[in-house]
Every structure is written in C-alpha cells, then in structure tokens.
Design a protein around this ligand. Structure first.
Ligand SMILES: Nc1ncnc2c1ncn2[C@@H]1O[C@H](COP(=O)(O)OP(=O)(O)OP(=O)(O)O)[C@@H](O)[C@H]1O
Ligand SMILES: [Mg+2]
Length: 320
C-alpha cells in the first residue's frame, strides 16, 4: 500500500534521512524506532507531503504522491502529531470536525461521529464543548486520535502518540487504541522511542540511526537475529521482556504441565496470545495463584504464572 524508494532529505547540507526504502502492506503496522534526531519524524512527514524529499519517491496504492495535490492526499491519511496539536481556540468538537467540514459533511453527522469516537476512546461526552486548555494530557491525546480517525482514512500516521503521558495513562491509552475496531483494516505507520511499545504494536519494525535504516523486519527477527551490534545493543536492556512479547503461547504449549489448583480466579486466553500478555493478565488481577486457562482449538490446558515461566525456560532450552 505504501512504498518508499531511496528517500533522502537534506537540511542545510546535512542528510537527515539518507537513502531509505521500505514497503508497508495494506492493513499492517510499521513502527519506526530509533534515537532522538535519527530522522523518524522527517520520514513520516514525507509520506503525506508535509515534507518533500530531496530525492526518492513515495507510492501509495501504486501512485507517486508527488503528482497528487497535498491537501487531497492528506484527507486519506490520518495524522497524529508528535506534540499536542489541537487548535487552542476550537472546542473539542470543532477540533474533531476540521476534516469533516472540509469534506462538507452534514453537521449532525459530524456530531454523531464525534460522539461515537469519544465513546470508543473513553472520553466523556461532556468534553465535547471543552477547550484544549481544559483537558488533561491523556484526554488531549485521545482527542488527537479521534481527530485523525474521524473521516475513516485508510492510512494512519502517528508520531510518538503516547510519549507525553505517564506510564499508567500511556499503557491504558495504548491498550484501548490497539483494541479499537476502527483500526482493524488500517495501514499504520508509527514512530516511537519506546522499544516495548514498538514490539507490542508492530508487524514490521524499522530501526533507524543517523538517517539510515539499520534493520527492518518482524520484531522477533530484530531480537533474535540482529544484523549488527547497534541493533543488539538497542534491544539488550529489555531483552527478556521483549522475548516474552514476541513469543506466543502456542510455542510453549508442548511444555505446559497441568496446574493442579482449585483457585477461583481464572484467566482465559487463546493460544495466539503472547506470554507477556498472559503474565500481565495475572499481574492485573494481582493474584499470583490465578489459574491461566489456554485454549488451542478444541484442546485446553491450565497453568499458572510460575508454570508459564517454567514452560518458557523449557522451550528456550529445547530450541537452542
Ligand atoms: N525543518 C528543518 N530544518 C533543519 N533541520 C531539521 C528540520 N527538521 C528536522 N531537522 C533536523 O533533522 C534531524 C532529524 O529530525 P527528526 O525530527 O526527523 O528526528 P526524530 O528522529 O523524529 O527525533 P525525535 O525522536 O527527537 O523526535 C534533526 O537533526 C533535526 O534537527
Ligand atoms: Mg520526532
């Protein structure tokens, strides 16, 4: 759906994006990861012509975007900016209504759509007439997301959408966001510094450094088959957590031994969930003896927090 070929951007004789190429299939999520200043935002903005590349091309649905009117192009691409970008003198409703108004939607339709999105993003309807300065950071960020989604664009670009938030709010918004039905078929390009966030959300990760893509691939590829020391070092701090994030329960299924427990707290998961998800579910229930029940087709196994970690250790030992 999106294809970037040999993109380069030079500012003041400095190549901030240096000959990068990538492709994103329809409905997939690509996450750009890298240190501050490596060219992530610049790359993202070349996808909707907020920045024109010095050389190279971007194709969306096979069409070169440099032949398209920027305003028209941007209507099919939702964009969540790195910093809060709500218009301060517009109410929440007016902020969400910007694109629908350009598209000449009926007033009632705009209002209904805004309310629908606010409900999905767990924002109180009372905030419709509030102004940005009256919102908390988390609320403002939800409004930003609502604004990007309102006209149902097939592509969504998001520049560090959760980074200005504290850890708890950030986790909550991220989980709500990934669960949104509105995102099912969207092609998403996201930028983050946060390795864990990248690994949770990405189908494909692009790790950048100094304007270049150092490695792109599935999260597990970067983790277990890093192309060089830069990639290895970038991921090393949270290696175990990331490994649990990219390993699905199906991998440890053969090593699960039945938990004999009469504990009443039960967590039900499919074998397609990740180990990290299972462990987090136990943590969320704050009940370390909870029974984790895992369904694999017509089969079912039960285990516990400790049982899962044992099974993971067993799996790693066997796969070495
Ligand atoms: N309009 C501009 N004029 C001159 N230099 C720019 C311009 N925009 C960006 N740069 C420079 O290009 C480099 C890459 O910037 P960019 O915003 O793409 O980085 P980033 O990876 O998004 O960083 P961060 O994680 O801090 O947001 C930086 O050194 C920045 O100073
Ligand atoms: Mg940036």
């Amino acid at each position: 759906m999106i294809k970037a070929q040999n993109l380069t951007k030079t500012f003041n004789n400095h190549r901030v994006v240096n000959d990068i190429s990538f492709e994103i299939a329809e409905g997939r999520t690509m996450v750009f990861l890298g240190t501050s200043g490596c060219g992530k935002t610049t790359t993202l903005r070349m996808l909707n012509r907020l920045i024109n590349p010095t050389s190279g091309s971007v194709y969306i649905n096979g069409k070169n975007i440099c032949n398209q009117v920027p305003e028209q192009l941007r209507r099919s691409i939702g964009y969540v900016l790195q910093h809060n970008s709500l218009f301060p003198h517009y109410s929440v409703l007016e902020n969400i209504a910007v694109v629908p108004q350009l598209l000449k939607w009926d007033k009632r339709l705009i209002r209904n759509r805004a309310i629908e999105l606010m409900e999905k993003l767990h924002l109180s309807k009372k905030l419709l007439n509030a102004y940005p300065r009256q919102l908390s950071g988390g609320e403002a960020q939800r409004v930003n997301i609502a604004r990007a989604l309102v006209a149902k664009p097939p592509i969504l670009l998001m520049d560090e959408p959760f980074s200005a938030l504290d850890t708890i709010t950030r986790l909550a918004i991220r989980q709500e966001f990934t669960a949104l039905d509105e995102l099912k078929d969207k092609t998403i390009v996201m930028v983050t510094h946060d390795v864990q966030e990248a690994f949770e959300m990405a189908d494909i990760v692009c790790l950048m450094d100094k304007g270049r893509i150092i490695q792109q691939g599935k999260p597990a590829d970067l983790l277990f088959h890093p192309t060089n020391d830069f990639v290895r070092d970038f991921l090393s701090d949270s290696f175990l957590q990331l490994a649990l994030t990219v390993t699905h329960l199906v991998a440890v299924w053969p090593y699960l031994t039945a938990a004999v427990s009469t504990h009443s707290v039960q967590i039900n998961l499919s074998v397609n969930a990740t180990i990290a998800k299972a462990l987090t579910s136990v943590k969320d229930k704050n009940n370390w003896d909870a029974v984790i029940s895992i369904t694999n087709g017509t089969e079912q196994k039960t285990t516990s927090w400790a049982g899962l970690l044992q099974a993971y250790a067993h799996y790693k030992k066997e796969s070495l």
